[in-house]
Design a binder for this molecule. Structure first.
Ligand code: PEP
Ligand code: MG
Length: 798
């Protein structure tokens, strides 16, 4: 105390300016040497009181949510009132400081109309009041107050000094706030993990159940092909009509039997026409010829006369039909040509159709429930068209076809879909209650009430969450510090354009042109392609459309292209390699794309480029096509941008050369990851090794982005990674100009981008690029995500 008195005496003799400096210095010392924020603040208020000869110095902390101020530290007032005294910002002189965000002085505080007395503080002795706001980065953190018992005015220097001291105090409060919010988040995380662990424990009950016991409570695992949750009654599509018993029965009179057959064929033809109309309305590019071929076969005299002949031999129409179909299927199945092999499936389908008519089952039975989950081995388009869209709640497929037409269509219709569910048809019975989780790729059969309740809650939250996201539709994907990223859509079918617009896509970042080729009977003609591409470009209403040339091969073969036998199809004849080997087909596509470029902005993109020679050869063909079009008098946009996909490690190595050849790069990480890590993207056995956040993948991405940036060119990403919220911070930080993804994911990614700041993202990316393990990468990203307050997104999508 003697020491303090001595110091006060020294301070009093010091020039005022020095006194201020010394006070700030002392406060700096307190902050530097204390690790306890509350103790620092207490030390600071004591030091202020001592240096400025004030009887009271206090700090109130501001809670913006509750809009209250509470006493955090004091010297002079009753120390017992710390943490107990709290007031609204519309109360007391302290409240005015926050409301006005400027210093407030009162010579006689008690005479002020806003004076508020707290008996527990014992402040009735103090008359004069000076309060200054404590502000950090334009955020109010609290109020710093000095009081004296003598009625006095505070000098301008005192006000200025108190304001200067409020700056480091604000820093401490900001840190305290941060720590508190981290602790809360940590607490939230712990409680989330606990909730998850409990949920998993509940789910474990299912795991012991043997799969394949129909009607049992079972949990089936597959792959999520279209997100969302669906609850409904199972409708098994594959149940074929069988005739074994009928075969033994003798027919009635010949004429009656022939009439039955004729009537059944007539009704089948009409039914086909209706189905065709319904399907083409939702998927215009499906080849109408598929239906026409079935109609023609139904009316083919040799098909019909073979059935009639067997009826003449004494068989019932049903049995005669079945024998004829079996004979034909056997003949087609023996053929080598894959296209002809596939016709066998068409014939079976026709047989079933006529059979249903003969048996009076009529058009495929529509399930009675208004909440239907379709279950099938694979699903034909006509199966999807069978059920009114509002009643179709989910789809479960035993086949692994994430890219099958039906699952692409399900995605377009936003129907939650799980594929690759082994033995689904054994484990599920007609009418079973199902919960389908398209996000996690899980199907619950006859779930317990707890699971149903849990999913009911999840679905409601999910819907509310998505509704909330829709409000972002017209806002830009802009970080807090003003950095813009373009969010665009990956599309395959014309129906996807509607989704792209609905979810606020700024462009089409990837139009997979092979998708319409896969559903056609033959390569599309130039005119068919021009028509299709024009519809896409026009449909996007002036937004750029990135048209990728055919990416066939590997797992994508149209029926009319003979599949070569290859030991390693993904390392074989695929994508641009096919296009370059079949220039007559490739050039027709280039002509069609260029011709479509007159109706709106088009970017042409080439897949799977692995060398400089390859992209140069592609450009030579493009130049030839442009010359030909000019000579023929066709208009096209000569300045349409030319880009290439980076999907092969060699393209990353050569990125600085390749970028000289094109206007932009787009990273196809689906393939890039499988080639860098030597992990087949479709092989479930090695699925855990397929890791987008592997440090090697990140280094390759960083290298490709750097090459593009160095050349001043645009770089985007169109692999699935772009839609993964865990990766967004990193991708933005790496410097991607554009993220292209399934339209459904755009709002989620936008919300994330709008919650982060570019500088943080950049420094995270810098740190991540130097890391050695996936675990380190993920924990750094997770830490950063926690600070962004975006845990709800992670919970919804992971
Ligand atoms: C990719 O490989 O990331 C990509 C977008 O192409 P696709 O998935 O069509 O092979
Ligand atoms: Mg690819």
């Amino acid at each position: 105390m003697a020491e303090a008195a001595k110091q006060r005496a020294v301070s009093a003799r010091e020039p005022r300016r020095h006194r201020g400096l010394r006070l700030l210095e002392d406060i700096g010392g307190i902050i530097a040497h204390s690790s306890d924020h509350r103790a620092s603040v207490q030390g600071i208020v004591e030091t202020i009181a001592e240096h400025l000869s004030m009887e009271v110095c206090s700090l109130y902390v501001y809670d913006p949510h509750a809009q209250t101020l509470s006493l955090f530290a004091t010297t002079g007032l009753d120390p017992g009132s710390v943490g107990k005294v709290a007031m609204g910002i519309d109360e007391g002189l302290t409240g005015i400081v926050i409301q006005k965000m400027e210093p407030v002085m009162a010579v006689d505080a008690m005479a002020h109309p806003r004076y508020k007395y707290f008996p527990e503080t014992g402040e009735e002795r103090y008359h004069s009041f000076l309060g200054v706001p404590v502000v950090d980065q334009r955020t109010a953190r609290g109020v710093l107050i000095v009081q004296t018992s003598r009625r006095r005015r505070f000098t301008r220097d005192e006000v200025r000094l108190l304001k200067a001291i409020a700056v480091p105090v604000a820093g401490i409060l900001a840190q305290t706030h941060l720590r508190a919010s981290l602790e809360t988040k940590e607490e939230e995380r712990r409680s989330y993990e606990e909730r998850m662990a409990q949920a998993i424990d509940r789910l474990r009950d299912y795991e012991g159940q043997p799969v394949g016991r129909p009607g049992a409570q079972t949990r089936l695992i597959g792959l999520g092909a279209s997100p969302g949750f669906g609850v409904g009654r199972a409708h098994l599509v594959a149940s074929e009509l069988r005739l074994d018993d009928l075969r033994r029965e003798r027919r009635g009179p010949l004429k009656r039997e022939l009439n039955r057959l004729a009537a059944a064929i007539k009704r089948s033809v009409e039914e086909l026409a209706r189905t065709k109309e319904r399907i083409l309305a939702s998927v215009p590019e499906i080849d109408a010829a598929v239906f026409d071929a079935q109609q023609l076969m139904l009316q083919d005299p040799s098909f019909v006369s073979r059935i009639e002949a067997l009826i003449g031999e004494g068989l019932r129409a049903e049995a005669a039909l079945q024998l004829t179909v079996e004979e034909l299927v056997a003949q087609f199945a023996e053929l080598d040509d894959p296209y002809m092999k596939d016709r066998a499936a068409d014939i079976k389908d026709i047989g079933q159709r006529v059979l249903r008519q003969l048996l009076g089952v009529g058009e495929r039975r529509r399930p009675a429930s208004d909440a239907v989950v379709l279950v099938a081995s694979d699903i034909a388009l006509s199966d999807l068209a069978l059920i009114e869209q509002e009643n179709l709640k989910a789809v479960v497929l035993a086949s692994g076809g994430v890219t099958s037409h039906a699952s692409i269509l399900a995605k377009s219709m936003e129907i939650p879909t799980v594929v690759g569910v082994e033995r689904a048809e054994e484990a599920i019975r007609e009418g079973d209650e199902l919960v389908v989780d398209g996000n996690a790729g899980v199907v619950f059969v006859n779930p317990t009430p707890e699971i149903l309740r849990e999913y009911d809650r999840l679905e409601r939250e999910y819907r509310a969450f998505n509704r909330d996201l829709e409000t972002l539709r017209d806002l830009p994907a802009e970080t807090l510090d003003g950095h813009r990223v373009s969010l665009s859509a990956n599309i395959g079918l014309l129906g996807d354009m509607h989704l792209a617009r609905l979810h606020g896509a700024e462009a089409v970042g990837l139009y997979r042109t092979e998708v319409p080729f896969l559903s056609h009977r033959d390569f599309l003609t130039e005119e068919e392609q021009v028509d299709l591409y024009r519809r896409v470009v026009e449909g996007m209403g002036g937004q750029p459309v990135t048209i990728r040339t055919l990416d066939l091969g590997a797992d994508k073969y149209p029926r009319y292209l003979r599949v070569p036998h290859e030991e390693n199809p993904f390392l074989g004849w695929r994508s641009i390699r096919i296009s370059l080997e079949l220039p007559e087909i490739f050039k027709v596509q280039l002509r069609a794309i260029l011709r479509a470029s007159v109706v709106g902005p088009v970017r042409i993109m080439f897949p799977m480029i692995s060398s400089v020679e390859e992209i140069r050869r592609v450009k030579e063909l493009l130049a030839e096509v442009q010359d030909e079009l000019r000579a023929e008098g066709y208009a096209f946009d000569p300045n349409a941008s030319i880009g290439m996909m980076i999907e092969v490690p060699s393209a990353v190595c050569m990125a600085s050369y390749l970028i000289q050849e094109v206007d932009f790069f787009s990273l196809g990480t689906n393939d890039l990851i499988q080639y860098i890590l030597a992990v087949d993207r479709n092989n479930r056995k090695v699925a855990p090794l397929y890791e987008p956040l592997h440090p090697a993948v990140i280094q390759h991405m960083a290298q490709a982005v750097a090459a593009a940036k160095h050349a001043g060119k645009r770089v985007s990403i169109c692999g699935e990674m772009a839609a993964d919220p865990v990766c967004t911070l990193l991708l933005v930080g790496l410097g991607f100009d554009e993220l292209s993804m399934g339209p459904f994911f755009i709002p989620v990614i936008k919300r994330l981008i709008r919650a982060l700041d570019y500088q943080t993202a950049q420094s995270l990316a810098d740190q991540v690029v130097g890391l050695a393990t996936v675990r380190q990468v993920k924990s750094l990203i997770f830490e950063a995500m926690r600070d962004l307050d975006v845990i709800d997104i992670m919970e919804m999508y992971h």
